[in-house]
Design a protein around this ligand. Structure first.
Ligand SMILES: [Zn+2]
Ligand SMILES: [Zn+2]
Length: 113
């Protein structure tokens, strides 16, 4: 058995030690070199991690506020809503007191104060 093998992924000829052993292939070595395998895996897991994180975040927002992050952002940007830092409810500005310094509103809603 030769101690070099061509990677099916990057087409580079590398030492067998650069490949992972795999008993399911005819020569007992994976067709992809370790470097390629790592690349594929990290790409996949990175993407996956982000997708999962987004989904988790979205669900958390929905459970917490009853709105998705996007909806929430739009509501806050509209200037008509504010999140209470104490009860985490998204409420219209009527629920907040002004701090007396112009149009600034309190961090906590009237119910929490
Ligand atoms: Zn490769
Ligand atoms: Zn509150």
């Amino acid at each position: 058995m030769s101690d070099i093998k061509t990677c099916k992924c990057c087409n580079k000829t590398k030492k067998v030690s650069e490949f992972t052993k795999d008993s399911s292939t005819f020569d007992g070595i994976r067709t992809k070199c370790k470097a390629c395998q790592r690349k594929v895996y990290s790409n996949y897991s990175e993407r996956n991690k982000k997708a999962i994180a987004n989904r988790v975040q979205e669900r958390r927002y929905l459970a917490k506020y009853g709105y998705t992050k996007e909806q929430l952002q739009q509501m806050i940007e509209s200037g008509k809503y504010k999140i209470c830092y104490s009860c985490n409810m998204i409420l219209t500005l009527d629920y907040f007191r002004t701090t007396g310094e112009g149009i600034k509103f309190t961090e906590k809603c009237k119910t929490c104060r």
